[in-house]
Design a protein around this ligand. Structure first.
Ligand code: UGA
Length: 439
């Protein structure tokens, strides 16, 4: 099929490359000519395992190209995927839909023949129907433009794998007489769903809600275990052992029960806020008030770890603090709403001398917080440190050896913000070890 993917961020680039990989002819569209030029030469401007290889392979196979022209995309494609960002609004908790609306307004006037627009961006429920009416008003093809919503559940760091081998594919359709959307998308995804992946067709609002409900559930699971961690601390229980115990119950499961600094990134935090804001607009805000607690438990972890660091050192003023981790989670270079960077910033504001190390995210972190010191190696960052804080659970940090680190630090003090180290190993080597919810 001829496919356009509008918006070449992490989601769009991954989707475009994967659609090409399963055999479609794909054009990626972006309003940023610099990004288009980079991608056209096989240069992916962010870190995502396997993605650059996939882009290069499909560029050279002639199945993938990039453009900044909506007209070219409209001429070429029968199916248009919308993958532009929906960040948090500047003034409040709602989702900012300006990029989605702008994409529709740019594309619409070029649609001269029957076309399917398939949204993948995370949007408040009700958006798809509104966009359908908007595009039909401006497109020459009018009522022959259909809208579907096909939410994306990929995780950063696993983008290619999650797109090619998803747990499920969800397609929300308008259900108008003669609607082709379900059939077209089933055919488009055939190489993926024929492997036995559930292909679920719903109405538009259900598909839109499925995405935010899934993220809200994940966020709730993390905040649940973090709330329990606080009780564990007060009662000398161990939250990691507790999570293991309850996780064996298949109804609960082990995933997303790692207590620690909590969730960040470009999705979970803004999605739970936008979900609650939308529920209020719909007059059912009371149904989601608990998401306010999920959010505040999560944010409290950030101030709690600053308190723990201060407790360990007596005061933070003038103290040398090594921060290990800047990305919001391991195996990616994304620092959007990163708990690690937020904590680094808070600690610096308390007068500490902060040095940050991250295996992949330093460049992005430097742009966001240029006033922190950055090191290009773990041992360098820890050189002369009075306390070491592990704030992102990279494999490199899990493998650290207490004696190796002790050779460069001033004091043997470590705060494990991700519960990713073995406490006994560090204590046996003479370190003061602190974490969340572990004795
Ligand atoms: C999340 C969802 O997992 C994806 O399914 C979804 O498609 C994506 O958002 C999105 O909306 O686009 P992602 O933001 O890549 O994916 O990150 P996650 O792997 O979900 O991790 C989110 C945060 O939770 C990270 O900061 C991570 O460190 C934290 N986390 C995760 C915990 O604190 N504890 C855990 O047990 C698990």
């Amino acid at each position: 099929m001829h496919v356009a993917v509008i918006g070449t961020g992490r989601l769009g680039t991954t989707h475009a490359a994967c659609m090409a990989q399963i055999g479609h002819s794909v054009i990626g569209v972006d309003i940023d000519p610099g990004r288009v030029a980079k991608l056209s030469s096989g240069d992916v401007p962010f870190f995502e395992p396997e993605l650059e290889d996939l882009v290069r392979k499909n560029l050279s196979a002639g199945r993938l190209r990039f453009t900044d022209s909506y007209e070219e995309a409209a001429d070429f494609a029968d199916v248009h995927f919308l993958t532009v960002g929906t960040p948090q609004h500047e003034q409040d908790f709602r989702a900012d839909l300006s990029f989605v609306e702008a994409a529709i307004d740019e594309l619409g006037p070029h649609l001269n023949r029957p076309t399917l627009i398939t949204g993948k961006s995370t949007v408040p429920v009700g958006t798809a129907q509104r966009l359908a009416e908007r595009v039909r008003r401006i497109a020459p093809a009018g009522k022959n433009v259909e809208i579907a919503w096909n939410p994306e559940f990929l995780r950063e760091g696993f983008g290619v794998r999650d797109t090619l081998h998803p747990d499920r594919v969800v397609v929300g359709i308008e259900g108008r007489p003669g609607s082709q959307a379900g059939k077209i998308l089933r055919e488009l995804y055939a190489p993926i769903v024929d492997e036995g992946v559930p292909f679920l067709v719903t109405n538009l609002p259900t598909a839109e809600l499925a995405k935010v409900a899934a993220n809200a559930f994940l966020a709730t699971k993390i905040s649940f275990i973090n709330a329990v961690a606080e009780v564990c601390e007060a009662s000398s229980a161990d939250v990691t052992a507790l999570a293991e115990v309850i996780g064996y119950d298949k109804r609960i499961g082990h995933y997303f029960l790692n207590a620690g600094l909590g969730f960040g990134g470009g999705c979970l935090p803004k999605d739970i806020r936008a979900f609650a804001a939308r529920a209020s607009e719909l007059g059912v805000g009371h149904a989601l008030t608990f998401l306010g607690d999920v959010d505040s438990i999560n944010m409290r972890q950030r101030s709690r770890i600053v308190d723990i660091a201060r407790e360990v050192c007596g005061s933070l003023a003038g103290v040398r603090v090594a921060i290990l981790g800047a990305a919001f989670k391991p195996d990616c270079d994304d620092v959007r709403d990163s708990p690690a960077l937020d904590v680094a910033n808070r600690i610096q504001r308390q007068g500490a001398d902060v040095t940050v190390y991250d295996p992949k995210a330093i460049d992005h972190a430097q742009k966001v917080l240029p006033t922190l010191n950055y090191s290009s190696s773990l041992l360098d960052a820890c050189n002369g440190a009075d306390v070491v804080l592990v704030l992102t659970d990279w494999g490199e940090f899990r493998q650290m050896q207490p004696d190796q680190l002790a050779a460069v630090t001033t004091w043997r003090r470590i705060v494990d913000g991700r519960n990713c180290l073995v406490p006994q190993l560090w204590r046996d080597a003479g370190w003061t070890y602190r974490s969340f919810g572990r004795t």
